[in-house]
Design a protein around this ligand. Structure first.
Ligand SMILES: Cc1ncc(COP(=O)(O)O)c(C=O)c1O
Length: 491
């Protein structure tokens, strides 16, 4: 019998699921936790710190850094969230406050929701919204899309995890992931006990992807007995920002066919491309659809999209979707079963997916404002990416590829030997040490390259370029001052 003196907790760090314990997620790791502590100190009026605010460049979270939400989206959401505004009695008031196309859209969505935004929806996601997603994909790619093959998800992350969980039947199953990678993949593989099979992106070639590297990595893993079943491609890349060419993508599709790999295409940054003439976004769905018939009709593809990025930036609302192509119909039944176990993706996120894939069109009352806001955010992201890229390259021992897409830069820093020794003495990895120093000196929180993977003896960090444009001069000046002081100290 337990008494309060000998009571031991049922769940302890030691006896808990070791797979959970093994998960690492640098985006919200040591640096981010320390940044939160410092933020709390600032809020309590601590004046001993070297800065007045924390700048969270550790995560692609645009609205945290003052990106204004798209007005049309919020207007529609407001009406749906407070349906009394659409009642017969209040409609005249709503008509004074909201443009007619906003009211119409809220009414349409309400109808597809059965008027109940607080109710569970269909487990696969609201049918009318999946139809809009399918129309969006078909218009984007020029190939048909089937609403029954689309699942609305709780952010792209929910979808990625759902598919990985299905793939990883046992601990011999491997999934090819890029290095550097977005840590959702290594974290989920650790959780489901799968084997990461890394392939390296080529920093000297704008973080390009080489199919020889894919082949070698696959061969090595298969020689070691790993049952490699899938290939993850992040395009545009995170943290590396590269955009793949059509030719390169077709090679990848062929590679998957030759090696019987399911292709998992993470395309959450599809509208964040900053050289659209030279490097436009192509979806893997489009490339696969244009492949030779045997390939087109066989290669299994799941592609992911999200409301978190692009110019939408509604990441806290947790909406996304995935589209499945060529999956075994009996596997599709299991996908549906697992979606049902989770009841349904969150409904506000689903509504935002609807708005993202079907925004105001030319001729609509809300179009000019929508267009102005969306274009404004896009242009500003592009300017900020270029400014930060130039700033990093102006720093001693730092070199940085441009962001062809996405929201991040991933500069390489040649750290002086003295800094590496000082890091060891402090029990830190050299890149952690550098980033912690940066946080202490500037309040800017970035993530060490080791959180994403990097070649041995190279050091990187990832920074978003999301700080507001009006603060950019100050942000860059602080980083430059910190870096030269750091180099002077450890030279
Ligand atoms: C490459 C990549 N995939 C997926 C996600 C997760 O997105 P979501 O917010 O839709 O879960 C992110 C978020 O930063 C990402 O960078």
């Amino acid at each position: 019998m337990a008494s309060s003196s000998n009571y031991t907790k049922a769940l302890t760090y030691e006896n808990m699921n070791a797979k959970v314990r093994n998960v690492q997620y640098a985006v919200r790791g040591e640096l981010a936790i320390k940044a939160e502590d410092l933020k709390a100190k600032l809020q309590q009026g601590d004046t001993s710190l070297a800065f007045k605010q924390i700048v969270n460049c550790n995560i692609g979270n645009p609205q945290q850094l003052q990106q204004k939400p798209i007005t049309f989206f919020r207007q529609v959401l407001a009406l749906i969230e407070y349906p009394d505004l659409l009642s017969e009695e209040n409609l005249p008031l709503a008509q004074k406050l909201f443009p007619a196309d906003v009211i119409q859209r809220a009414q349409d969505i309400n109808q597809s929701l059965g008027g109940a935004v607080g109710a569970y929806s269909h487990s696969q996601g609201i049918r009318a919204i999946r139809e809009h997603v399918a129309q969006f994909i078909a218009a984007r790619d020029g190939y048909p899309s089937d609403p029954d093959s689309i699942y609305l998800t709780t952010g792209a992350s929910g979808g990625v995890q759902q598919i990985l969980q299905m793939l990883i039947a046992n601990s011999q199953v491997g999934v090819m992931i890029p290095i550097p990678q977005y840590p959702l993949y290594t974290a989920s593989l650790a959780l489901y006990d799968g084997r990461p099979v890394p392939y390296y992106l080529d920093e000297s070639n704008d973080w390009g992807m080489d199919t020889n590297e894919l082949q070698q990595s696959l061969q090595k893993a298969r020689d070691q007995g790993v049952d490699v079943r899938a290939l993850v491609i992040i395009n545009p890349g995170n943290p590396t920002g590269q955009c793949l060419t059509k030719e390169n993508m077709m090679e990848v599709v062929e590679f998957c066919y030759q090696n019987q790999l399911m292709l998992l295409a993470d395309e959450v940054y599809q509208t964040n491309t900053y050289f659209p003439q030279q490097l436009p976004f192509h979806s893997f769905k489009k490339i696969l659809s244009s492949a030779r018939p045997e390939v087109r009709d066989q290669v299994e593809l799941v592609s992911f999209h999200s409301i978190s990025k692009g110019v939408v930036g509604e990441c806290g609302r947790r909406g996304g979707y995935f589209e499945c192509v060529n999956l075994d119909p009996r596997v599709m039944e299991q996908v549906y079963k697992m979606a049902s176990v989770a009841l349904c993706p969150n409904v506000s996120g689903q509504i935002l997916v609807d708005l993202m894939v079907k925004p105001p069109q030319e001729g609509d009352i809300s179009y000019p404002l929508y267009q102005q806001e969306a274009q404004g955010i896009y242009e500003s992201l592009k300017r900020r990416s270029q400014r930060l890229h130039e700033a990093f390259n102006s720093m001693e021992n730092v070199s940085c590829n441009p962001a062809q897409g996405a929201m991040y830069l991933f500069p390489s820093v040649k750290l002086p030997t003295k800094a590496i020794i000082a890091a060891e003495a402090a029990g830190k990895k050299p890149d952690d040490f550098y980033c912690l120093r940066m946080l202490d000196a500037t309040g800017v929180c970035v993530i060490p390259g080791s959180g994403f993977g990097q070649k041995d003896n190279t050091y990187h960090f990832r920074s978003t370029f999301l700080p507001p444009e009006q603060l950019f001069d100050d942000f860059i000046a602080k980083l430059q001052a910190f870096h030269s002081e750091f180099m002077d100290t450890y030279r």
